[in-house]
Design a protein around this ligand. Structure first.
Ligand code: PLP
Length: 423
């Protein structure tokens, strides 16, 4: 029986057998014991399921992978050491030197940096597009070396909502893998596989953990992409000599996830730590409840700020006049999460004064945990971007990013009010 996301948050990913611990134990071990050589050889040949080395798989990480995979409705998940590791491993699974990816420019600053600076050093080109551009314009960026289209469901910090139908149609037409970073929506608010995505990336550091306790990332394979015979993906269609001649496109399921784990996790080793997987697994228990509160608190804050004379503009799709309001109703009908951005009238110094006057809401390089926090992206997460790149990423210099927590909404509003009185 297919459970609802709220149930999967609580019950997914781990089912104890008779007498076993009710929640997953932390398998704090790098390695696993086997009685026979053949038993171990079968694991290496992917003929049997099991664990042999924590860089590739671990029972606690598997419990968390199972929960997120069930939540997203995918076929396999891979726990990574961070969200950045997840994006990097996802790209490396399909790209080599000479290939390119086509990416939304409205993405997290760290991912933008990876794509615009680091990947080109390895011979992988990124072609950026404005997610609001017409399909014909985005399509022009795709050529026979394009291996991946990369987007975010709720773009951080521009709070743009992705038009899934537009991107899915392009990806399908050109038979290119469609990846979505679903970090800020979470599968509670949006399930990208239902809208045509093939791959989901998470920084589990954010809402999935939700308590600012554990760094982590996740790649979820939708199992809904045809690699077999697809000329864009030769590495899926020829024997992998580094893995006993395996042809990934011939596997019955989870072709992407198997290649990613067997090749990329083996060689790069950016695996999620068991302790972090445990914390994130536990965090997910309350994910559905938290996302409801994050969304309703943020909608109240957005409405308050939008009506304040000292505020220039507010971006949150809950506002009826927001550009993404209609699209959000379609793809995120339960709410758009706790992230919002706004500009204070006046210069950058005024924004800084306001942020320093906040008492309950703290300044942090973080978003999407239970505590409300603010950040000035142009001087922190996005400081590596030029003024032009900031504009391209939809991040004006005076933008204040507010991650609305699950505190009592009255207290959050009172804190904003007293800080605005001081500027
Ligand atoms: N994706 C999004 C949308 C993010 O907000 C972040 C971090 O803020 C990342 C990816 C990177 O994740 P991590 O910090 O876990 O490496």
């Amino acid at each position: 029986m297919a459970y609802k996301p709220d149930t999967i948050c609580v019950q997914g990913g781990y089912r104890p057998k008779n007498g076993e611990s009710r929640i997953p134990p932390i398998a704090q071990s790098t390695t696993f014991y086997y009685e026979s050589t053949q038993g171990m050889a079968d694991l290496f040949d992917l003929k049997a399921d099991g664990y042999f080395y924590t860089r590739l798989a671990n029972p606690t990480v598997a419990a968390f992978e199972g929960k997120v995979t069930e939540l997203e409705g995918g076929v396999a998940g891979i726990g990574c050491s961070s969200g950045m590791a997840a994006s990097t491993l996802a790209v490396f699974t399909v790209c080599g030197a000479g290939d390119n990816i086509v990416s939304s420019s409205a993405i997290y600053g760290g991912t933008f940096n990876l794509f615009s600076v680091t990947l080109p050093k390895l011979g992988i080109e990124t072609r950026f597009f404005d997610p609001d551009a017409p399909a014909e314009e985005i399509e022009k960026l795709i050529d026979d070396k394009t291996r991946l289209i990369f987007t975010e469901t709720v773009a951080n910090p521009a709070i743009k909502i992705l038009d899934f139908d537009k991107i899915a149609a392009i990806a399908k037409k050109h038979q290119v893998l469609f990846a979505v970073d679903n970090t800020l929506a979470t599968p509670v608010l949006c399930r990208p596989f239902e809208w045509g995505a093939n791959l989901i990336i998470h920084s589990t550091t954010k809402y999935l953990d939700g308590h600012a306790a554990a760094l982590g990332g996740m790649i979820v394979d939708g199992g809904n992409f045809n690699f077999k015979g697809n000329p864009r993906y030769p590495s899926f269609n020829v024997p992998d000599e580094s893995y006993h001649g395996l042809v990934y496109a011939d596997l019955p399921a989870a072709q992407f996830a198997t290649k990613c784990r067997a090749q990329m996790m083996r060689d790069i080793g950016a695996m999620m730590a068991p302790q972090n997987a445990f914390l994130a697994w536990l965090g997910c228990d309350t994910l559905a409840l938290r996302m409801e509160r994050h969304s309703s608190n943020a909608a109240k804050v957005a409405a308050y700020l939008a009506g304040h004379p000292k505020i220039d503009w507010v971006w949150h799709a809950s506002l009826p006049d927001n550009k993404y309001h209609a699209i959000a109703q379609k793809y995120l009908p339960k709410g758009t999460g706790g992230m919002l951005s706004f500009g204070i009238k006046g210069d950058v110094k005024r924004a800084a004064k306001f942020m320093e006057a906040l008492k309950l809401i703290t300044q942090e390089t973080h978003v999407a945990d239970v505590r409300s926090c603010v950040l000035h992206p142009a001087s922190t997460t996005h400081r590596q971007l030029s003024k032009e790149e900031l504009e391209e990423a939809g991040v004006p210099e005076n933008l204040v990013r507010l991650s609305v927590g699950i505190e009592a909404p009255e207290d959050i509003l009172a804190d904003l009010e007293q800080a605005l009185e001081k500027v």
